[in-house]
Design a protein around this ligand. Structure first.
Ligand code: 5RP
Length: 235
């Protein structure tokens, strides 16, 4: 289980500001994590006040929260498209002069496969975060969802390309974390990631990798909550 870092107020500001972008009738991708949860709660309050939306959850967790706050839900194969997705990030590349500006590491909650499906299908993908997520260069471990049978082979391949893989352990059971899709997670440290697009392509080509947590060229904007207000980045 991931513990909540960063300021709760900053996360709340970011989530609530992003939820203001939603228009009546929108199909909305509902991200995973503590910051996206603030957006989901804000959408729930707007639904109570009469907003009509359909939510597409990115995880068991976001589905449960959406049900709790009364957001009508749908699924990817029942909608024509997604108008907007609001999702968190573990790290955001924040150097406007670098080619990877706005690239993300995601998957701290182990939900990157469904997050990538939903976020990439959205006409607009908005990231919500607190300032602790901003970094000139991505250097966070990249989570890989891997088929259980393939975890040792994938780990070997990651070492060959210069990474250090760690099988993510569960906190409340013996053994590894099992994802919503029944797979395992390898957290792979690569040090500073100078070319996230190249690493993303390389990771996608490893047999047994279901999805990795590098989201390159996907985000349209980010709302970064601070203790005073909200900063916006456009990509
Ligand atoms: O990618 C994610 C889950 O897979 C989350 O969006 C990411 O871990 C950020 O979470 P939080 O807002 O709790 O810091």
């Amino acid at each position: 289980m991931k513990t909540e870092g960063g300021s709760r107020e900053a996360k709340r500001r970011a989530g609530e500001r992003a939820a203001e972008e939603i228009d009546d009738g929108d199909v909305v991708g509902l991200g995973t994590g503590s910051t996206a949860a603030h957006a989901i709660r804000a959408i729930g309050r707007a639904v109570d006040d009469g907003l009509t939306v359909r939510g597409i959850p990115t995880s068991f967790q976001s589905r449960q929260l959406a049900l709790e706050v009364g957001i009508p839900l749908s699924c990817l194969d029942a909608v024509d498209g997604i108008d907007i997705a609001i999702d968190g990030a573990d790290q955001i590349a924040d150097d406007p002069d670098a080619s990877g500006f706005g690239a993300l590491v995601k998957g701290g909650g182990g939900a990157q496969t469904r997050e990538k499906l939903v976020d990439s299908a959205a006409d607009r993908f908005v990231v919500v975060a607190d300032p602790s997520k901003l970094s000139e260069t991505l250097e966070q471990s990249v989570p890989l969802e891997v088929l259980p049978d393939a975890h040792a082979l994938v780990a070997d391949e990651i070492r060959r390309i210069g990474g250090e893989p760690t099988l993510r352990d569960a906190t409340h059971k013996d053994g590894p974390v099992v994802t919503d899709n029944g797979n395992l997670l390898l957290d792979c440290a690569f040090g500073e990631i100078d070319a996230p697009d190249e690493l993303a392509t390389r990771l996608s080509s490893v047999p047994g990798v279901v999805e990795h947590g590098l989201f390159v060229g996907m985000a349209d904007a980010a709302y970064v909550g601070t203790d005073e207000g909200v900063e916006m980045r456009e990509y």
